[in-house]
Structure formats: C-alpha cells, structure tokens
Write a protein that binds this ligand. Structure first.
Ligand code: CMC
Length: 393
C-alpha cells in the first residue's frame, strides 16, 4: 500500500538540497563551492579547502591563520584514548580501529555533542578535523608495533600527518616536498563528493539527532566497503594480481563476462559517465611520486597504464561509459608514499571527514531538516493467522 517511488540505489532521488559540491557526471566536472577541483588541488592547502567546504568561501589570510590555530590547538588526543588502541589486536584492520576510536570520541568530548548548540557543533567540527590525522597515524603505528608519534603543529596538515606515520624515535624525519604535495592533493581530491554512500550515511545518522562523532563513525563504516572507499586497496591488489601486461586481456575478458562477477576495480562510477576529473589529477600525481621515489619503472604502473588504454578502447567499456575513477591510480600512488594497502581507506576517511562534517552541519542548520525515513515496497506475505509452534510443519 502507499504511493512511493521505487528507486533502488537512489539513482534518481535527490535526498537534500546542498550548496557544497557540484558534479556534472557527463562532462566530468567537479566543483567545491563553485571552484574547479583541479585549481583547488593545485593552489590550496588542505586546510584552505577545508575552510571553503565548511564555511562556503575561501579564507582571507587572517581567517586562514585563525582557522589553522583553532585546528592545531586540538590535534592531540585525550591521553586516556591512547590506551584504547591497545585493546585491539595488532593485526586488526585499521578501518575497524577507526570506526571504534572515532565513535568513542563522543565518550571523551562531552562539550561537543549537543547538536542544538552552534558552539558545540563548531567544536565538534574543529576537533574532528584536527584529530583525524592523529587517530589515523596511531592506528597505523599500532599495527606495525611502533610507538605513537605526537603531532608537530608548526608543520602543514599533510606533512604533520606523514611525520606522525613515518617518523621513528632517535632519527631525524625529513619532509619531502614532492611527497607532501602528493598527500595534500590526495586529501583535497577526497575531501567531498556530494551525496555518495558514506555522506548519505552521515546525513541519515545525523538526521535523528545523533552526535557528530557517532555520525562520522557510521560514515567510516560505510566507506570501508570495496564498492566505495575500499576500491583503492582492491584496485592495487587487482593490478598486482594481473602482474604483467601480457595478462591484461584475460582480466578485461573476465570483466566483460556476464557470468563472471569480476569487475575491474577502479573503473566505473555511479555519477561520472566521463573521465573522473579526480583520476586525471591522480594519474599526474602518481607519475610525480613514482619518479620522486625512483619507481618510475614500477611494473604495476605499466600494467595500470596499459589496462587503462585497452579498456578505454574496448566497446564494452565505451558503451557502458566506464572510465578510470580516482581509486585506479591512488592505490599505486599511496603504495609509493609508503602507505600499506590496509591504510589506503583510512586516508580516504581522514580527508572525507571534512566533507562529512560540512554536509552534516549544512543539514543540521537547515530549518526544513527532518529525520530521514525512506519507505519501501513491501513484497512479503499478506496478513495470515498465527500458527502455534506444535502445529507448524
Ligand atoms: N568492471 C566491469 N563492468 C562494470 C564495472 C567494472 N568496474 N562497473 C560497472 N560495470 C558494468 C556492470 O556490470 C553493469 O553492467 P550491466 O548493465 O550489463 O549489468 C553496468 O556496468 C552498470 O554497473 P552498475 O553496477 O549498475 O553501476 P553502479 O552505478 O551501480 O556502480 C560502481 C558504480 C562504482 C559501484 C561500479 O562501477 C563498480 O563496482 N566499480 C568498481 C569498484 C570501484 O572502482 N569503486 C570506486 C568508486 S569511485 C570512489 C568512490 O566514490 O568511493
């Protein structure tokens, strides 16, 4: 009963109004608050883009310095949270740790969970953006059995994160400008992407009035899936499994076979029916990083480039408009940046936190906001008489 539009996968349902991110999937355009993604990736710092997404305008120098100061004041984690990590197995997936630790922030920061209070909402936003790199780096350090490295606030956001991941006690850590720039670009490219699955999850969780830390934790859980944020890890594994250019044809054949569930990871997108604009920047960044670390002859890069060439000239991929997405080159790049594959999605979560918060704030501050409550087309049994257990067959 009822008159509902059936739209599995929400391919034609707008769930909200938003002023944050614009995508034209047919033309391959992505804008944050009206600014093209390639210009932001080239010319802004991550915190500048974060400010833009959160507050709607690029910051002046004074606004930027004040925002940076607010963020860096909150980069440390409550010391008691450090012990939280040791409750996990060392071989736990870092995304499992992220879901738990980020959700637990609501047990520590009681002055940032009353969503009716604008000051508390602001505190929650700042805290989350500030603490995410620390939490992500700690999840990584814990997994490799090394001591945590505390934030160094005079460094830029990306450099500070890389130092927390890769510095070791008793050794100088040198900041590499090419690798730091790559990490900054990766963060900016992943910062927001309108109503994707994890962002919609954050909005839906937030629509009930749940606290922001719990909402972001729900977003992280959703992002973990291989069809979403987990695709970069899956794409790299696929490229490694293919291993050499001579085996590409076999995998392309499998991807086209209707009876084979195999898909080319890092290909296709729900919205982009053209080259993903983020993938273009990622491809360029990938070449820069591999050259900087002396891996320009990496056989995996050769496989990726050849696979892209073959797929883009294949009728199946042309007809279905399947182009490389951001995850196709980000796995290779992150591996060259020394990130283990299990941490790829963690980096995605760190960057997307800004978008999740901007979208959550926009929703909470919208006076027409109501609890998200999709309906369904019921296809089960009609009403029937109860049967006692002894009479059931
Ligand atoms: N390889 C082979 N065939 C594919 C692929 C692929 N990667 N992606 C889609 N198709 C085919 C699919 O089999 C279907 O064919 P048919 O119409 O004959 O049944 C058609 O293209 C449409 O696919 P769909 O699954 O209905 O499309 P969707 O919009 O629901 O899914 C997607 C989008 C990204 C989940 C899908 O393309 C996919 O699984 N790609 C691989 C995973 C991946 O790279 N995900 C990262 C997405 S970008 C980062 C992010 O936003 O998180």
């Amino acid at each position: 009963t009822g008159c509902f539009t059936y739209d599995p996968g929400f391919t034609s349902t707008a769930s909200c109004e938003s002023k944050i991110t614009y995508i034209d999937g047919d033309k391959g355009i992505l804008l944050y608050r009206g600014y093209p993604i390639d210009e932001l990736a080239e010319h802004t710092t991550f915190l500048e883009t974060a400010y833009l997404l959160l507050y709607g305008e690029l910051p002046t120098k004074v606004q930027y310095d004040a925002f940076k100061l607010r963020i860096t004041r909150h980069t440390m984690l409550h010391e008691q949270m450090n012990r939280f990590f040791s409750g996990f197995r060392r071989d736990a997936h870092p995304m499992a740790i992220m879901v738990g630790v980020v959700g637990a922030l609501s047990a520590f920061y009681h002055d940032s969970i009353d969503i009716r209070d604008p000051w508390q909402r602001e505190m929650a936003s700042i805290r989350m953006i500030a603490k995410m790199p620390t939490i992500a780096a700690m999840a990584y350090k814990y997994s490799i059995g090394q001591p945590f490295v505390y934030p160094k606030n005079e460094l830029d956001y990306s450099a500070n994160f890389m130092r927390m991941c890769f510095a070791v006690p008793c050794e100088e850590y040198e900041i590499d400008p090419v690798l730091t720039r790559a990490m900054r670009r990766i963060f900016i490219l992943h910062a927001d992407h309108e109503q994707n699955a994890s962002t919609s999850t954050v909005r839906l969780a937030g629509s009930s009035g749940a606290n922001p830390f719990a909402c972001i934790s729900a977003g992280i859980a959703c992002l973990w899936g291989p069809a979403h944020g987990g695709a970069n890890e899956a794409a790299l594994m696929m490229l490694e499994e293919i291993g050499s250019v001579s085996r590409i044809e076999e995998y392309v054949r499998r991807a086209k076979d209707k009876d084979d569930p195999f898909r080319l990871m890092g290909f296709g997108h729900r919205v982009y029916k053209n080259y993903d604009p983020r993938a273009k920047i990622m491809q360029k960044t990938c070449h820069e990083v591999l050259a900087a670390v002396g891996h320009q002859d990496d056989p995996i890069l050769k496989v990726a480039m050849e696979l892209e060439k073959i797929a883009l000239s294949d009728e199946y991929f042309i007809e279905k408009k399947l182009y490389p997405n951001i995850d196709f080159y980000s796995g290779i790049t992150l591996k060259a940046l020394a990130s283990p594959p299990t941490c790829f999605t963690v980096l995605f979560a760190l960057a997307r936190t800004v978008g999740w918060i901007a979208q959550w704030k926009e929703m909470i501050e919208d006076p027409s906001q109501r609890i998200g409550r999709p309906r369904q087309l019921y296809t089960g049994a009609t009403e029937r008489a109860f049967v006692p257990m002894d009479d059931r067959h």
